[in-house]
Design a protein around this ligand. Structure first.
Ligand code: ZN
Length: 318
């Protein structure tokens, strides 16, 4: 690594139109979006449903999944059979479906060897009426089953107001959805397995989206843990340092609010970074809101400078 600043891997995101999406990814973020119902920017993804490409440098245009296979050394030779994480920006103008994700064991057995999905959300922006659903009110599995069968959604789901700087960890088995007016940075296992429980009776092209009640009822945890278990306030964390937001079996996530130069070390197999506010430099290279990039294995010292927020993540794989 004689010239580390050349080895930053910048990423071209992939966009997804959603019935609950909006236009903010094209208005408040520097992206060309496919329509005014754009709900997700897959910012760092090697998933077959949205495989990002590398932007610039010697791997320009290469798919992230291909780079992961051909150049494992860039990612610290983890031995994993696929790129482990997926980072998304989400613009939710309406509610997503009420859903749940399986864990690795269930997904491996029932979803062709897919990963399960642990995910976490950092709230970038919200409105006074922006809510999430996190967990449910049923005390037993029988009660859960009967509330689902009787469509007692209002009584079943646990809705909570969230605001900018809230951080939420959604474990597999946790029933959840995000509501209107939220911009979210999501970091998750590289999986696209979702079991839809309720979709607010909406129609797409005249038809309801498929529900997956049988599988959902098998994987939903009962009872739900208290809300404090899932939600953390992060607005008062110190500036110009790496603040660890979460460490779980799959990933670590840090928040950095930068207004003075500081240096950290790339001591992970590889590190993902997303600039979520402002602009600055990393080892002299200009970075700005909306940039997503990977710092490969052995990158060394990271000098950050400017007025910006960076959310970083790494897999917890070795
Ligand atoms: Zn989810």
């Amino acid at each position: 690594m004689s010239c580390p600043e050349q080895s930053i891997l910048f990423i071209n995101p992939v966009f997804k139109q959603m019935l609950w999406g909006g236009e903010r990814l094209g208005k408040d973020w520097p992206y060309e979006i496919p329509g005014n119902d754009t709900g997700e920017c897959w910012a760092v993804s090697a998933h077959p449903n949205g495989d990002c490409t590398i932007k610039g440098g010697r791997f320009d245009g290469c798919k992230l999944s291909a780079l992961w296979e051909k150049e494992p050394g860039l990612f610290g030779n983890t031995g994993l059979d696929r790129f482990p994480l997926l980072v998304k920006l989400i613009n939710a103008e309406g509610y997503s479906s009420i859903q749940v994700h399986p864990n690795d064991t269930y997904a491996k057995a029932h979803e062709n060897g897919s990963y399960g999905k642990m995910e976490c959300w950092y709230i970038l922006d919200g409105r006074e009426d922006s809510n999430l659903v996190v967990g449910h009110n049923a005390e037993t599995r029988e009660e859960l089953r009967s509330m689902v069968q009787n469509r007692e959604w209002k009584e079943l789901i646990r809705e909570v107001h969230v605001e900018k700087d809230d951080f939420i960890q959604i474990e597999p088995g946790t029933i959840h959805t995000f509501g209107g007016g939220l911009m979210i940075l999501e970091i998750q296992q590289n999986s696209d397995i979702t079991y839809r429980v309720y979709d607010f009776d909406r129609l797409t092209d005249g038809k309801p989206r498929e529900l997956h009640l049988d599988k959902a009822l098998e994987v939903i945890s009962v009872p739900s843990k208290p809300l404090e278990h899932y939600i953390k306030k992060t607005g008062n964390m110190p500036e110009n340092t790496m603040n660890l937001l979460i460490e779980c079996d799959y990933y670590r996530v840090w928040k950095m609010d930068i207004n003075k130069p500081f240096t950290i070390e790339q001591d992970q197999p590889f590190m993902l970074m997303s600039v979520t506010r402002g602009e600055g430099t990393i080892n002299g290279t200009v970075i700005k809101k909306g940039d997503h990039f990977i710092l490969p294995y052995g990158y060394g010292d990271i000098n950050l400078e400017g007025d910006m927020q960076v959310i970083a993540s790494a897999c917890n794989c070795i």
